[in-house]
Design a protein around this ligand. Sequence first.
Ligand SMILES: [Zn+2]
Length: 333
Amino acid sequence: MRIVIIVFVSLFLLPSAWASLVDDIVNQASTSEFQSYLRVLTGVDAVPGSPGTYITDRYSYGSNIDVAAQYMRDQFDSWGLNTSYHTFDASYGPNVIAELPGTTRPGNVYIITGHYDTAGYIVGCDDNASGTAAVMMAARIFSQYQFEGTVRFVAFAGEEQWMVGSQAYAAAAAAAGDNIVAVINYDMFLQPGFDNADPDPDYDLDIGGDAQSQWLANLVAARIADYGSIATQVHNDPNFVSDQWSFWPYGYSAVGCIENTPNEIWGGSNDAYHQPSDVITNPDYDWLFALDAMRGGYAALAELAVPVPEPGTVVLVALALGLVARRSARRRA
Ligand SMILES: [Zn+2]
């Protein structure tokens, strides 16, 4: 009987301790923190610690992209993550990488990504300071926890020149034999639907992947439903381009989260696309939509990497089990 009770209580308590960790992670995401990174990335606020230094663009062929890279790396460092630059071509900025090593299965790698370069000398708030800030907020929140698997936070360069940075990264990862289990990429998720002149009934987050990545697209959609209220649409499309596309040739599962499909974007769904009007004050940007999009992605990423309960939680659960066992023993005596 005692064994039965211990098993029962274990089954009841441990998953709830684990689930509450995912809840804790998701619930730390906030619009205010997200916007604090966006304000620096788009030149509204100065770079922390560098009064007078503003990131006025992140163009691949400009010099400010290196300022943006250093800003991100300094933030990642301040959160205690292992940081590095992946320099793949001297004419682009580096890919900026932060890593949280896994505790029990560090060989399994889970990645959240977004490109930080802009299409020209513009600040690119939606494209793609938004995805970059999503990666930064995830890094800050996840850095407070430990996970069984390794979690990486990657800001790619050279996306606007046809995903140059992520192609170099994925090729290097494959050559190194990295077992990348999942990649969740964010690229433009502030303005769902068509522009105000042509309201789109599909006011949803489009989640795209190739055939091998459908399990991951469905998982992200499911967690957005669990942790948010926005609609999603999953796409099985090998031409759903952004940085996720770079991982598919190597058999890695990767999905992209975006406000409209690439074809809709290119067809004019966002009139600020690659324009100087892509700024944080753009009235069309939907901040609550963006928050739900991140909450679901963070939940999927955390769930896959599996957060490890704090030692204190383990002790509490063990104490609870001990109490139950003693009580049952006394009852039988
Ligand atoms: Zn983009």
